[in-house]
Every structure is written in C-alpha cells, then in structure tokens.
Design a protein around this ligand. Structure first.
Ligand SMILES: [Zn+2]
Length: 338
C-alpha cells in the first residue's frame, strides 16, 4: 500500500467513524430535552421505582409532566407502568431506568389511553424492544376514532399547541401490541404481575397492575390523590369507578402508586380522596336530578369550597359535575321505565 492509499485509508476510516457518529445521532432521539429532570423514588426495600408528576393540568409550566409512572426491575428484565405525557418524558424515564439497570425493558403497560400517560410510549417503541400492553378498549384510541373517550386527534392537536416543543408534529399515538379483556398475568423472572381491568370508570380502558410478592399496586387513574380527576367524557362511569375503588380496598396493597398524586402505604387513605370527591358530586347532582333542577342552577347551588383550591379544579370540576348529572339522569330514566 503506498502512502497515498494509506492516507486515503485513514481518511476513509475517519469518514466512516464520522458516519457512524452521524448514524448514532440519527438513532438518538430528536426529542426536545426537558429542563426539569425526573425525580425517581424507590418503594422502600423493593426493586420498584416511580416518578410523581406535578399537580394541575398539562402545560408549559410543568412540561406536561403531570402523571405518575413507574417500573419494576425483575431478575429477567424491566416492566414499565405508564410512559408519561410526552416523548421527551418517555425518553427521560428510559434514561432513568438505565441509571438503575441495564436489563432490557420487556413490557410497557399502559394504565389507560389518555394523552398524559401514553405520549411517552413513542420513546419506548422506537428505542427498546418492549411489548406494549393495554386493556382491549385502548385499541379504540386512534385517529378519527369516534368511539374513543378522549378524541385522539383533537387531543394531539391541543397538546402540540400547549406542550410544544415536547409534543410536535413527530409525536404520534403508539397503539398497544397486545391487549387483554379482564385479566392478564405476566410472570417475569422473580415477579408476578397481575393486570386487572377496572373500567369503564375514569376511561374506557382503565386497568391496574398488582406486583407480587411485593403487594405493590399501580392503580392508574382509578386512584388520584389530592387532585380533581378528569371525568368529562362519554365513557366515564362513576358507578363503576366506585366499584373499582372498592376492589382496590379488597386487594389490600401494601403500597399504592396512584395515577396522579402521592403514593402511599395506606391504601384506604389513598382511595378515600377520589371516592369522597365522586360521592360528593354524586350527592349534589342526584338531589338536582330528582327535583328536576337544571344543571346550571344545581351547579351554582352546590358548595364547592372543599375542593375549589385543589389542582385541576378550574379545568375539570364543572365538566365532571355535568357528566355525573347526565349519568344520574340516565340511570333515573332507566329506573322510571316500566
Ligand atoms: Zn391521567
């Protein structure tokens, strides 16, 4: 090999190295970074971790980081529960997992298909081999799908506005790879994960995940702590929701990680907030329905002082009350039928 050929060889090697670097850049995501890092906490003494979202509704101030997510590190890989509300947050969660373990992410479980829990799925779909699992009605959550309880395309447009640059024109809804109807058990290494359908309650596809032998329950949005839940959609059933909360109590988890708000070792206290709120609004609206009071008057007459300073009250409460009014009106109508 002459000098020139050798130099060309070196140059080629350098170019190839640069090419490889560029290829890696392409693989690395173009997600806008999140200025506030996720704070990962551990369930005491367990290989189970979680991130707690900010109160309130998704917006620039909280970077869309309003929901909780977590992961279980088994002896045979990682199972993630929920993927947070933007691809950037999903990617950040994956990086946090990588700080703790290099085991592969085997599954990502979606508690339900609402934007604040699923836009991060994109990062897992594109950068891991994880299988995405959800309850079967989650498959309805797609573009132009009128049966979805949160209209997927409308919501994506809204988030591209309020959460840009973390949600942009490259953000997409990633559907589940596999779904289940009532119950699914995943045995992975030294852990058993039971997925339990709990809807339709907060959404059509609500589910919870019990981790054994630890007794840790990821409850999704069935349980929300100190935050006014979102109930203003066609598929909300507060009757089922109250049933699902009772089920949570029966499972007797030692540690409960809600969809929003603080995790707790006291399951009864954790479910009390959501249950009491639902019951309060139901009581207020059922009187109105029975007396044929119209909704606006009923809403105005109700004392909301107990809840009005809670996160998400301004955005969610009136719509929630209206949904419950309609739900109770419908059940009354059914009862009245001969
Ligand atoms: Zn949520």
């Amino acid at each position: 090999m002459n000098v020139r050929a050798a130099a060309t060889g070196v140059l080629l090697t350098l170019l190839m190295a640069a090419g490889v670097a560029r290829a890696v850049d392409k693989i690395a995501p173009a997600y806008a970074p999140i200025p506030i890092p996720l704070k990962i906490e551990q369930v005491p003494g367990k290989p189970i971790y979680y991130s707690v979202g900010n109160p309130g509704i998704p917006g620039k101030d909280n970077e869309g980081n309003t929901s909780n997510a977590g992961f279980v590190v088994t002896s045979d890989g990682v199972v993630v529960f929920d993927a947070l509300g933007t691809p950037s947050l999903g990617w950040a969660l994956l990086q946090e997992i990588r700080k703790i373990t290099d085991k592969p992410v085997r599954y990502v479980i979606a508690s339900h298909y609402h934007a604040d829990h699923i836009y991060g799925l994109q990062a897992f779909k594109d950068h891991t081999a994880a299988v995405i699992v959800a309850q079967e009605r989650a498959s309805e959550y797609k573009e132009n799908e009128e049966t979805a309880d949160e209209k997927a395309d409308q919501r994506l447009d809204q988030r591209r506005g309020v959460l840009f640059p973390w949600v942009d024109d490259k953000t997409r809804v990633v559907p589940p790879d596999i779904t289940f109807k009532e119950r699914m058990t995943i045995v992975l290494g030294d852990r058993r994960l039971t997925l339990l359908f709990a809807g339709p309650a907060h959404s059509s596809s609500d589910m919870m995940m019990m981790v054994e032998p630890d007794g840790v329950l990821f409850a999704g949005d069935i349980v929300q702590n100190s935050r006014i839940p979102f109930m203003n959609s066609d598929d909300v059933s507060t009757t089922h929701w109250l049933d699902a909360l009772a089920e949570v109590g029966k499972l007797q988890p030692k540690f409960i990680i809600p969809g929003h708000g603080k995790p707790s070792t006291e399951a009864d206290k954790a479910i009390a907030f959501t249950r009491d709120y639902i019951q309060y609004v139901r009581n207020a609206m059922s009187g109105a329905v029975q007396n044929w009071t119209d909704f606006d008057a009923a809403y105005a007459q109700t004392d909301w002082s107990k809840y009005k300073d809670m996160p998400a009250f301004a955005n969610n409460n009136r719509g929630n009350a209206y949904r419950i009014y309609l739900e109770l009106e419908q059940s009354q109508f059914k009862q009245d039928k001969p």
